[in-house]
Structures are given as C-alpha cells and as structure tokens.
Design a protein around this ligand. Sequence first.
Ligand code: SF4
Length: 565
Amino acid sequence: MTTVDRPAPDARSESGRPARTPGKTVRPAKRKKGEGQWALGYREPLNANEQAKKDDHPLHVRARIENIYAHRGFASIDPGDLRGRFRWFGLYTQRKPGIDGGKTATLEPHELDDEYFMLRVRVDGGALTTEQLRVIGQISVEFARDTADVTDRQNIQLHWIRIEDVPEIWRRLEEVGLSSTEACGDCPRVILGSPVAGIAADEIIDPTPAIREIADRYVGDPEYANLPRKFKTALTGHPSQDVVPEINDVAFVGVVHPEHGPGFDLWVGGGLSTNPMFTQRLGAWIPVDEVAEAWAGVVAVFRDYGYRRLRSRARIKFLVADWGAEKFRQVLEDEYLHRKLIDGPAPETPTAPGDHVGINLQKDGNYFVGFSAIAGRTGGRALVRLAEIAEAHGSYRIRTTPMQKLLVLDVAEDKIDSLITAAKEIDLSADPTSWRRSVIACTGIEFCKLAIVETKAQAARVVSELEARLGSLDNPITVHLNGCPNSCARIQTADIGLKGQLVPGPDGSQVEGYQVHLGGGLGLDAGFGRKLRGHKVTATELPDYIERVAKAYLADRQPEERFAQ
Ligand code: SF4
C-alpha cells in the first residue's frame, strides 16, 4: 500500500481549519526536500507570488477596484494588485502597443503595461443565453472598442477596458448571471463543458448539473481560491470528448458503468506549456451528483500538496507525475472524501475531439448549428447581431467551444438554411473550409504581454492563403498558432503546432517566426508533436511552409490516413 507523508502540525487550510483529517498521526516534514507543500508544513511563502497571496487574499481586490481604483484611475492601482490579484477577477493589463516581441523578455513588467485591460468573461460550460450574449456584445461596443474573442477555453475576452468602467461592466454581467470571477489567477478557472451538453442525440450523460454545482458552490470560495497555480477543469458526456480532457488538470469524461450506468471517469494531471503531460485515469467512476464533491477533493489535494516553491512546478501535473495515479487516488479517498470511490471502466477513445461545426441533430428533434469564425475572432456588434439572428430563428441558447467555435442551439429544421445565410453577414460559417475550421490562435502580441509574435491576423492570413492554394481538405490538418512557448493555443496537440519566437530572417536578422511541432493530436492520435530542430519558419513564410507540409502529406498518405498517423 502506498504511504502518504503526514502534515506538520501547523498545516492549515485558508480558513485556518485543519487542511486534513484531524487525529491522524503526524510525522515531521522532510524540509530539505520540500517544494512548498502546505500539507507538509511549508506555510511560509517561498516566492513573491505566494507572498502576495498571503499578504492579502486575492479575492479582496474586488472591493478596492470598486471603491478606490475605479474612482481614482489607473495611476492609483497598487502594483501588487495590478499584476497579481486583478487576475482573480479576469483582468490583465494588456500590452502597450508598438513594443516588438524582441523586447518581451528584456523590459520590466511595468514597461509593457498599457493602461487598458483585457477582461475575460468566464462562460462555464460555454453555455450562454442570447440575452447574455447580447449583454457581452453591448459591453464590447460601449467599453471594449468592439473587441471580442472566443477563446479555446470557452471564455469571451474583451480588450481596451478602462479601470473606471469595470464596476459598471460587472454590474451588467452579473445582472444576467455572468461574471469574471476567477477567470484568471491561481484558482479554478472557467469550467470547460461539452458544448452539446444536454442536447446531443448521442450524448452518454449530461454534465450540466455538475458544472452548475461546481460553479455555484466553489467559484468565489476563498477556500479554493489560493492554489499553487491555475487549475483547469473539463467535463463532458459526449463520446467525441469535446473538451480536450487529456490536457486539463482534472477531467470528468462520460462513460457507462456496466452495473451503475452512465457516469464519469475521473482523470487528473494534464497540462501543456513547457512540460506537457496527459491526464492519468484514476480508474474511478463518479455519478453525476458526486462530481462536485470529487472535484473539490481533487482541488483540495492540489491546494494542500501542490508544489508552491517554484512556479514552473506548481501545476498539479507534477504532483500526479511524482505520486502516480494510485497514490493520488488513495490520498483523495482517505484524506479528503473519507470513502472509497467505485472502480470504473475507461471510456472509448474518439478519433479526434469533436468541434460540432455544421448541422447536427439534437435529441429533441431540433438541430444545433456550429459556426466558425477565424480563430475565434469576432466583435461586440457581431455578437449582438448573432443574438438577434438566433432569436429570429427561434433559438435562445448559444454555446462557445474549446475549438473557438460558436453553436446556435434549438433550431427547427425549416429554419436552418435561413439561419446559416443570416450568419454569413457577420462572417460566421457553418460550412467552413478545412483550414478555417482547424486553425486556432491565442491572443498574441496584439494584446498579450508575454507574446513574442502576432497570431490572430496571421491566422486569418494563413486561412485565406491556404484556402486559395489548396482549397478544402477532406481530412483537416489542425494548425495552432501561439505567440510564445506558453501554449495557450495547445501547440503540442496540433498536427502543425507553431510556437512563436524570433527566428533568423533572410538577411540573418531576427524576425517574427515560429518553432514548428509536427504530428501532435488528441483522441486516437493523442501524442505530443515532435519539435523538429530545423523547422523554424518566419511569419512571412508560414503559408508557404504549411502548404509544403500539407502537399507532402497529401502525396504520401493512404486512404483514411490521418496526419498524425
Ligand atoms: Fe500570450 Fe503566450 Fe498565451 Fe499566446 S501562448 S496568449 S502569447 S501567453
């Protein structure tokens, strides 16, 4: 049986309550090997981020925004709040325009800060009503210069936000049941949920009640809002595993238990960035009404045992990699849930995660229609118009997807053609080419302070060039553009993953470009793309490079062979 190190006597959760089961034998912590785990007694902050969280709980910053900063302006903001605690409310300063990627690593943070913010609106499960979509769109038009990007975590990001406008924006969001609470920061971020939860004809189980319960019970709870680092959750009951569960910190994946029926298989420890790892199955089957409790247990394990000393090791994947699935499950059961979980089977692996683009039958006989904007870029006016178009076609529900797509639900069969025609007016396509459908991009240098290269405009250029040169492929090649090594747009799990960096240009000077990772994927092709040392491409040459790779693949492939095979 696996043994678990016991906490030092002073191990406490945020509220001061014992973090773990009282009365258990306590063994002195092995300090020399400590990585800042609270449960082993390392309560003294070991880096500046931990110190800032200890100095003042990040959730307290909201009151200062509303009562002080919004009235006194940008210059009044405490730097510790500006570059730290603001994130707990989805606010990042955006990059000052005109600073090239070569300066990203050399300038001080304050030199990169613009006086405007990115505001991330969390959309748990990607589920929006048309009323909510309209409110986001109107906020964008009034306060965000008509910006709105659908992210690959189902959020909607706005830019050019002034601190003075934040309280009014929150008021409008909260009036319709939305928020930006814990949209960023060392806390449980937006909950990825199957975009077709509760509606797909082929769904195994609807995760909606579990998504709602987690969001309602735990988002904004200080007990779960000071984690070693960010924490990403995904739930799906769809057989296409449409929420990239392999690369989340925790995932609940729909599966049918031979005795107990439909429920969820529990996976932990996935993540990308510079040390990519896939989730590991714990071999446990969780019924839908116990998902929230199991989720809270996993988060608490991470909170108490996660490595806080080095930010680069502070994700749950490192803990799971060190412990292994068996020990993680044992700690979860023994110390947090205080019961054994039910063993369960593995779900069937889909060919690839579903993106739900196009016309699809719902279980109630209506249809949902999946639309693609290029790399999730849309705008406030377009979102308002989408709400109007959906309503005019009898739909009041919208979903965002982890592939940066938008779905309109509940469409009657005789309204589909008219809906699709109307959506073209705002550049949404229900029948996109393979390129438009399979290119995603992160925020990039336009707004992101960590970026080295531009991404969104580049994605649009790539799509248009490849459509013109190669048309639409019957077997799409996924292309993911990232502005830096952080992998927000999942570099390592694309057929062609592009990591933004400076590369030698034709005259030898450093220009914007990408390190290429080839052959990554999820589902049946789950694997991390290989970083090919010689494959660095300038931004200018990118369409030529992708065209060459695509042509080589098309020339050699067997019928039905996928790119990653
Ligand atoms: Fe910014 Fe890098 Fe993430 Fe892109 S991958 S959004 S550039 S941090």
